[in-house]
Design a protein around this ligand. Structure first.
Ligand code: IPM
Ligand code: MG
Length: 356
């Protein structure tokens, strides 16, 4: 029987609760579809700061590098908010993305038919659904550029720099085009080429790579226009490819359109197959420990892992179908509506397992 080694980075806040449920779902999927899943935990974020004095212990990177894939909960919380930048839990998250070379972040935003009323957009705007995939560059740009403080005209100043090299743009462009090729064959590249030099290089590089993909329709939007188009007519989008920071912002916007950020998974991929999978939402410290967190985004992230890193397509589909069926009867408070049973994290996870 095939055996997979999976690292669990439970992280902070609701992280441990949701990852535990997703791991149980993976285990159950293995029993059903004939593979074994072995878990190993490693520290990341605030819990790593508390236990090991750093948000990203070297041991965590080694474990992830050796594993078939990694499942992450979420990091951060008020307890660590006053730490300096490089010591914060978020530095651990950026560090692991970079250390594992995970330059492509895939963030799907879709409306589950059962949760349609959760979208803040009118029916006439949503139409028969929303299904956008944001491909966000994840290891470059302003997140990793030169930064610092200096004195300007006697006053304190701070700066961060946005820089992209041609190879960095080329490889994320290819992920964008390949992703579009496997879906609706439309790619929208988002930049701020009317102002930023890095965006101008981005745009010409994307266009050049686009010649290799004549079957994919390429368009370009400025990021301000894109953020407006996303709420004006989200159905126009298939795949969006964009820089690290623009992708961060637009993926939050797109997730809100779906109305249920607690449902959205994500995959971070590099040149290898392993990848790191995590929910789009954060550590929700306000509900941590109440048992009321929604584990479905993490469970759906595990499904993405089954498909993209482990090649267990059937199991991936089964998990997605089980989530869809579970939604018909049980809901966590964030997505609860009259006529369904309000349940906590554990019961939601158990329901999904039972439907596999
Ligand atoms: C995300 C988050 C992170 C990011 C933070 C927590 C560093 O917002 O994954 O979208 O900005 O990348
Ligand atoms: Mg974000």
């Amino acid at each position: 029987m095939k055996q997979y080694q999976i690292v669990l980075l439970k992280g902070d806040g609701i992280g441990p609760e949701i990852v535990t449920q997703a791991a149980l779902v993976l285990k159950k999927a293995g029993e059903k579809f004939g593979f074994g899943v072995n878990f190993e935990e490693a520290l990341l974020g605030g819990s790593a700061i508390d236990a090991a004095g750093t948000p990203l212990p070297a041991e965590t990177v080694e474990k992830c590098k050796a594993a078939d894939s990694t499942l992450l909960g979420a990091v951060g919380g008020p307890k660590w908010d006053s730490l300096p930048g490089e010591k914060r839990p978020e530095a651990g998250l950026l560090g692991i993305r970079s250390a594992l070379g995970l330059y492509a972040n895939l963030r799907p935003s879709m409306i589950f038919p059962q949760l349609r009323s959760a979208s803040p957009l009118r029916d006439s705007v949503i139409g028969d659904g929303l299904n956008v995939m944001i491909v966000r560059e994840l290891t470059g740009g302003i997140y990793f550029g030169e930064r610092g403080r200096k004195t300007v005209d006697g006053a304190e100043a701070a700066y961060d720099t946005e820089m992209y090299s041609v190879p960095e743009i080329e490889r994320i462009a290819r992920v964008g085009f390949e992703t579009a090729r496997g879906r609706g064959k439309k790619l929208c590249s988002v930049d701020k080429a009317n102002v930023l030099e890095s965006s101008r290089l981005w745009r010409t590089t994307i266009a050049r790579i686009g010649k290799e993909y004549p079957d994919v329709e390429l368009s370009n939007l400025y990021v301000d226009n894109c953020s407006m188009q996303l709420v004006r007519d989200p159905k126009q989008f298939d795949v969006i490819v964009t820089s690290n920071m623009f992708g961060d912002i637009l993926s939050d916007e797109a997730s809100m359109i779906s109305g249920s950020i607690g449902m959205l998974p994500s995959a971070s991929l590099g040149s290898g197959k392993a990848g790191l999978y995590e929910p789009v939402h954060g550590s929700a410290p306000d509900i941590a420990g109440t048992g009321m967190a929604n584990p479905l985004a993490t469970i759906l992230s595990a499904a993405m892992m089954l498909r993209s890193s482990l090649g267990e397509t059937e199991a991936a589909e089964a998990v997605e179908n089980a989530v869809s069926k579970a939604l018909e009867t049980v809901r966590t408070p964030d997505i609860w509506t009259e006529g369904t049973k309000k349940v906590g994290c554990e019961e939601m996870g158990e329901t999904v397992q039972g439907l596999l």
